[in-house]
Design a protein around this ligand. Structure first.
Ligand code: SF4
Ligand code: SF4
Length: 110
């Protein structure tokens, strides 16, 4: 992953309001093509260019939906069965035993 910073949006916590997309000064967020469990089209990171400014985080009305990661290299790594490789992972804020792959957004140890 070339970009040092990363923004992780939990698809099922997002209501698809688009406020974070409008708030991002470098336009690196967009609506996903896939619907989430509630039938909303969640926001997601395009994958490059985040400056970790935090605007999306402070704009989002859904607690816990957005996590801005300042230094991806500082994250833990784990094998992702979906990507079939070692990836950077983040713990779920509700259950630190669940690790989520930041590339495909699926749990790696479910
Ligand atoms: S942290 Fe800033 S640059 Fe990164 S996605 Fe959010 S608003 Fe955009
Ligand atoms: S501001 Fe929050 S709820 Fe709205 S689209 Fe962005 S992540 Fe989803």
């Amino acid at each position: 992953m070339a970009s040092k910073h990363f923004v992780f949006i939990r698809p099922d916590d997002c209501k698809g309001c688009g406020l974070c997309i409008d708030a991002c000064p470098v336009s690196v967020l967009e609506f996903s093509k896939k619907l989430n469990v509630m039938g909303y089209r969640p926001a997601h990171y395009k994958g490059e260019g985040c400056t970790a400014c935090g605007s999306c985080y402070y704009t989002c009305p859904e607690p816990g939906a957005i996590t801005v990661i300042r230094n991806v290299e500082g994250l833990e790594s784990a094998y992702c069965p979906h990507c079939k490789k070692e990836v950077k992972v983040i713990p779920d804020y509700r259950d630190s035993g669940t690790l989520t792959c930041i590339e495909c957004l699926n749990p790696v140890n479910a």
